[in-house]
Structure formats: structure tokens, C-alpha cells
Design a protein around this ligand. Structure first.
Ligand SMILES: NC(=O)c1ccc[n+]([C@@H]2O[C@H](COP(=O)([O-])OP(=O)(O)OC[C@H]3O[C@@H](n4cnc5c(N)ncnc54)[C@H](OP(=O)(O)O)[C@@H]3O)[C@@H](O)[C@H]2O)c1
Length: 248
């Protein structure tokens, strides 16, 4: 029987490339997107590559769309929680503002980013639990949360820290229940997308293309290893040296 994968934010960027890569591995793809026209355009592109793809409206800021999406999914083998925003920046100005000072973040910046990246993702995941296959995998696309000189965008890393706690907590519950389900995080590193406005190959080649990030993520997702509770970096390294305080 064919397996099904739902990818949120699958209309572009890393999400589209994960959808494409999983589709090439034979998965039926549910293309989660908040905008129907953009979602259907992605479905057409995937279908043109002989990938089975269906649009599902998923707007992480609209609980009704999340509940409706969960109802229309019968059986799910892979859920990729990919959709995300860098900050509460306005549409058309989506690039992550690395120069924004910590003290300049507003409550609205933090609320919007947390609502999208964490609260919406949690609501969708929780509502999909009854539809998950016994050995289903839930994948949270995430970032490092420790502030460094270059890297400390407060709203973004705060929301991803919450997402990482969700990864660890769901993993704990799966393990305690003796479930074969897994949840893990993937950190793709710097990827050239609208989210950061960077170009592939920038920073001495450190910035990878969305296609490379999609393939790398798919290799991790399809691994035979038990990855429950892990946060895995783009090079396959399991990250254990940050958020130590969260792990106790
Ligand atoms: N790019 C990087 O360097 C990098 C590194 C590490 C992790 N990530 C993570 O990778 C994921 C994908 O980001 P990306 O770089 O591919 O950025 P992107 O090209 O901007 O794609 C973001 C996707 O999320 C969707 N989205 C945004 N808000 C949404 C909402 N409220 N409901 C549903 N969908 C929503 C967007 O839909 P619209 O097209 O409708 O806006 C788009 O499909 C994010 O979680 C990001 O944090 C990115």
C-alpha cells in the first residue's frame, strides 16, 4: 500500500523540496499550504514530475483550517511540520532580520511568531494523532536556539525553542507508551529561501539550496534508525550540546 506524507508550507522553499523528494520516494504527498492558489501551483509542479499530490489547506494561524485538515486525513505515515515564519514581518518583507536588536522585539512580534511556529504546529499535530500510522514519523523543522554574536533573532529562536520542547515531550510520551511512533527535529542549517533572502553558495558555500536541504532532510526522515526525541543537524550529527537545560 502506498504511504502518505503531509508537509506543511509545501508550496515553496524547503517544504516544497521535502515534498518533492518524498514524492520521488513513492509517497503520496499532501501539500499543506495556507493559500489555495499557491498550494495548487505546487501540486501541479509535483504532478508534472509524476508525483501523486493533493492540496490541503493548512493555515497555522487559523485553528478551523487545522481541524478541517485533520478530519480529511485518514492515514498518515509522515508529518513534516515545516511551515514557519522568521518574525511578525509584513508579507513581502519576509527576510529574517539578523540586525534587529533583542530589545526592539515587540510583544506582537513574539506573539505572532509563537502562534505560527509553535501553537499552530502543536494544534495540527495533536489533531492528527488519531490518523497516524503505528510507525509514523513526525518531523519538526527547527534551528539552533543558543544565541551567538551572529545568531540571536529573539522571536524566531524563542518559537523554535518551544517547538524543540514539543519534540522532546512528545517523544517522551511515545516512549512511555511503548509506541513505535517517532518525533524528531531536523536543523537544515542555512538554506537560500525567502525566509532569509540569502543566495545558495553564499558565506563560502555554507548556504545550501532548498533542493539540497530537501534531499538531506528526506535522507534523515527515511532513516531506519530510531530517531525518537533527537534533534538532527544537516550533516547527520545529533545535537546534544545545546539546550542542555531543557534536557536536565
Ligand atoms: N531557510 C533557512 O535557512 C532555514 C534554516 C533552518 C530552518 N528553517 C525552517 O524551515 C522551514 C521552512 O522555511 P523556508 O526557509 O523554506 O522559508 P519559506 O520559503 O519562506 O517558506 C515558508 C513556508 O511556510 C509557509 N507559512 C508561513 N506562515 C504560514 C502559516 N501561518 N500557515 C501555513 N503556512 C505558513 C509559507 O507559506 P506562504 O508561501 O503562504 O507564505 C511557506 O510555504 C521553517 O520552519 C524555517 O524556520 C529554515
Amino acid at each position: 500500500m502506498k504511504k502518505t506524507a503531509l508537509v506543511t508550507g509545501a508550496n515553496k522553499g524547503i517544504g516544497f523540496e521535502i515534498a518533492r523528494s518524498l514524492g520521488k520516494h513513492g509517497y503520496d504527498i499532501l501539500v499543506g499550504a495556507r493559500d489555495e492558489a499557491r498550494g495548487q501551483a505546487a501540486v501541479e509542479k509535483l504532478t508534472a514530475e509524476d508525483i501523486s499530490a493533493t492540496f490541503v489547506k493548512i493555515d497555522l494561524n487559523d485553528l478551523g483550517s487545522l481541524h478541517a485538515a485533520a478530519k480529511m486525513v485518514n492515514s498518515l505515515d509522515i508529518l513534516v511540520n515545516n511551515a514557519g515564519i522568521p518574525d511578525s514581518v509584513k508579507p513581502g518583507h519576509a527576510a529574517l532580520d539578523m540586525a534587529k536588536h533583542t530589545f526592539d522585539y515587540t510583544t506582537e512580534d513574539l506573539r505572532t511568531t509563537m502562534e505560527t511556529n509553535f501553537l499552530g504546529t502543536h494544534e495540527l499535530t495533536k489533531n492528527l494523532l488519531p490518523s497516524l500510522a503505528d510507525n509514523a514519523k513526525i518531523v519538526n523543522i527547527t534551528v539552533p536556539i543558543s544565541p551567538t554574536g551572529f545568531w540571536h533573532p529573539l522571536a524566531y529562536i524563542t518559537s523554535k525553542a518551544a517547538l524543540n520542547v514539543m519534540t522532546l515531550t512528545y517523544a517522551y510520551e511515545f516512549e512511555k507508551m511503548g509506541s513505535r511512533r517517532q518525533i524528531f527535529g531536523i536543523m537544515p542549517g542555512a538554506v537560500a529561501t525567502d525566509l532569509n533572502g540569502m543566495e545558495a553558495g553564499a558565506h563560502g558555500g555554507f548556504v545550501k539550496s532548498a533542493e539540497a536541504a530537501g534531499q538531506m532532510s528526506t535522507d534523515i526522515i527515511l532513516s531506519d534508525q530510531n530517531q525518537n526525541g533527537q534533534i538532527i543537524q544537516y550533516d547527520g550529527k545529533i545535537v546534544t550540546d545545546y539546550e542542555i537545560q531543557l534536557r536536565g
